[in-house]
Design a protein. Structure first.
Length: 229
């Protein structure tokens, strides 16, 4: 499902806002359930099967806990802890999952093109593009460091036996990679022609399609229902 970043941003904001207030779940429980599991359906469509199943399972577990807490199956401090956990998961989890979906399915070129369409200033677009590239590169460097440690027999279970060696072999290379990556990403932004106040071409064509308008209308409808409730 190819959606524009503007649509995914609107869906992330609306889902987080609506579920956080909780009015929709009380007045329209069926719609509330659909909104809760919608981000995990999107992740499943993008073949992020493990993420979708883990998130949906956590939502079902939280719903079951909330149901039994409502039946007074728990008492005292246990009931408060169970209810607090279920509410936090149900109201914040789907918004975080939708945000993760938006970032996983949006390339940096599409992100910059969409922000340009939204008339965002270059002073905001350039730092955001640099930050996202930086964290993605650091994630890849950290994965390679972990693989190198695994080849040397330094796995997580060895941490308590050789804590100093684990810290040295993991964090010293990571700090060196952070310093190098910061320079490389800044140079990459410059070579891509990203400068404040200058027009630049892009291979990404950010435009709203019929599917984008459908989901925008659905999100606005859900927002109106939440306000009405």
């Amino acid at each position: 499902m190819k959606l524009d970043f503007r649509t995914k941003l609107l869906m992330t904001v609306v889902i987080s806002f609506v579920l956080l207030f909780g009015n929709l779940q009380r007045s329209y429980p069926i719609i509330g359930l659909i909104v809760t599991f919608l981000p995990y359906a999107f992740l499943l469509l993008e073949r992020k099967v493990s993420k979708a199943l883990r998130g949906a399972s956590l939502m079902i577990f939280a719903l079951v806990l909330q149901y039994y807490a409502g039946l007074h199956a728990f008492s005292g401090i246990g009931a408060s802890v169970v209810l607090f956990f279920s509410i936090i998961v149900l109201r914040m989890g789907p918004g975080l999952a939708m945000g993760e979906y938006s970032l996983l399915t949006t390339t940096m070129s599409d992100l910059v093109a969409s922000l340009k369409k939204m008339k965002c200033p270059d002073s905001l677009i350039i730092p955001l593009s640099v930050i996202f590239r930086f964290f993605y590169t650091v994630k890849e460097d950290y994965r390679q460091i972990k693989e190198a440690m695994y080849l040397q027999g330094l796995v997580t279970s060895q941490f308590f036996r050789q804590p100093l060696r684990m810290i040295e072999y993991r964090f010293v290379p990571l700090l060196m990679c952070l310093s190098r990556t910061a320079d490389d990403v800044a140079i990459s932004a410059t070579t891509r022609g990203m400068a404040v106040g200058q027009e630049r071409s892009s291979i990404s064509k950010s435009r709203l399609r019929l599917l984008d308008y459908f989901w925008m209308f659905a999100m606005l409808t859900i927002l109106i229902l939440m306000i009405w409730s």
